[in-house]
Design a protein around this ligand. Structure first.
Ligand SMILES: NC(=O)c1ccc[n+]([C@@H]2O[C@H](COP(=O)([O-])OP(=O)(O)OC[C@H]3O[C@@H](n4cnc5c(N)ncnc54)[C@H](OP(=O)(O)O)[C@@H]3O)[C@@H](O)[C@H]2O)c1
Length: 241
C-alpha cells in the first residue's frame, strides 16, 4: 500500500521509535497521522493529530477506534521493558505489566482496528516486535516472552487478516538507539533506519522486517542446535539425563 495518502495511527508516538515513525509518515506524505500517547502533552511534532491512548485501557482503545475510524495503517509500536528475569526480581508484577502492554495491548489494538482497516480497503497493520522474539535474554526474560508471544500473535493475525486484504507486518529489530535500550552497550540501530525499513516493507507488501545483522543472524540460527543461540550452555556442560 502507498504510504503517501495513507491515514496512519502510531502508538507510543511521543518519544523513541514511535516519534520517528510519526515524523517519517508526515514527511512521506501520509494524509493524516494520528500520534497516540498516554500523555498527549508530551507530543511535540507538528502536523500530527494527538490522540490520548493507553493501550492497556479498553476505554481508551474504544474511544480511539471510534474517533480514528479512517485509519488505513496501524503501527503497534508502544511497549515497555522492565528487565526482569524469570527467577529473580518481581516476575509477577513486572512480568504481568510487560504482557499486559506488549502482548495484550497489541492484541486489543489489533482487534479494535482490524475491522476499521478492512472497512477502509484493507490497509496494513504493523507490529513492532524484536530480535528477542527469537532469542531469550535471561536478564530480560519477561520482555523476551512478551515479544515471542507477540510474534506468534502477529503470525496468526497475518493469516486471519489476509482474506480481508490487510497486510500484517512483523518488525524484528536488534537494539535500537532509544531510551529503552540505554542500559545496553554495543552497536544500536538508529530509530530512523528501523522506521524507514518498516515503511518500505509496507509500501512493497513485505511481511517481515529483519532490520539488522543481529536480527538476521538470530533468525537463521533458529534452524540450528539450541546451543547456537545459547553458547553458555556449552560452557556449562550438558546436564545429566
Ligand atoms: N529500543 C530497543 O532496543 C528495541 C529493540 C527492539 C524492539 N523495540 C520495541 O520498539 C518499540 C518502541 O520502543 P522504544 O525503543 O521506542 O522505547 P521507548 O523509547 O521506551 O518508548 C516507548 C513508547 O511506548 C509508550 N508506551 C509504553 N507503555 C504504553 C502504554 N501502556 N500505552 C501507550 N503507550 C505506551 C511510551 O509512552 P510513555 O512516554 O508514556 O512512557 C513511549 O512512547 C517497543 O515495542 C519496543 O519493545 C525496542
Amino acid at each position: 500500500m502507498d504510504i503517501e495518502g495513507s491515514v496512519a495511527l502510531v502508538t507510543g508516538a511521543n518519544r523513541g521509535l514511535g516519534s520517528v515513525f510519526a515524523r517519517l509518515l508526515v514527511e512521506r506524505g501520509a494524509a493524516k497521522v494520528y500520534a497516540a500517547a498516554r500523555n498527549t502533552d508530551t507530543l511535540t511534532l507538528d502536523g500530527v493529530i494527538p490522540v490520548h491512548l493507553d493501550i492497556t485501557s479498553a476505554a481508551d482503545i474504544a474511544a480511539a477506534a471510534q474517533r480514528c475510524d479512517d485509519v488505513t495503517l496501524l503501527i503497534n509500536n508502544a511497549g515497555i521493558t522492565t528487565r526482569t528475569s524469570a527467577l529473580a526480581g518481581d516476575a509477577d508484577e513486572a512480568g504481568h505489566r510487560e504482557m499486559e502492554t506488549n502482548f495484550f495491548g497489541t492484541l486489543a489494538m489489533s482487534r479494535a482496528f482490524a475491522p476499521i482497516l478492512a472497512g477502509n480497503g484493507g490497509g496494513a497493520l504493523v507490529n513492532i516486535l524484536s530480535v528477542v522474539s527469537w532469542v531469550a535474554r535471561p536478564a530480560n526474560a519477561m520482555y523476551s516472552a512478551s515479544k515471542a508471544a507477540s510474534w506468534s500473535l502477529t503470525n496468526a493475525l497475518r493469516v486471519e487478516l489476509a482474506p480481508r486484504g490487510t497486510l500484517v507486518v512483523g518488525v524484528h529489530p536488534g537494539p535500537i538507539d532509544t531510551d529503552s535500550a540505554a542500559f545496553l552497550d554495543g552497536p544500536k540501530i538508529a530509530p530512523a533506519d528501523v522506521a524507514t525499513q518498516t515503511l518500505d516493507a509496507v509500501q512493497h507488501g513485505r511481511y517481515e522486517v529483519l532490520t539488522d545483522d543481529t536480527s538476521r543472524r538470530v533468525k537463521a540460527a533458529l534452524a540450528g542446535d539450541v546451543t547456537e543461540l545459547y553458547p553458555s550452555l556449552i560452557r556449562a556442560g550438558a546436564p545429566a539425563r
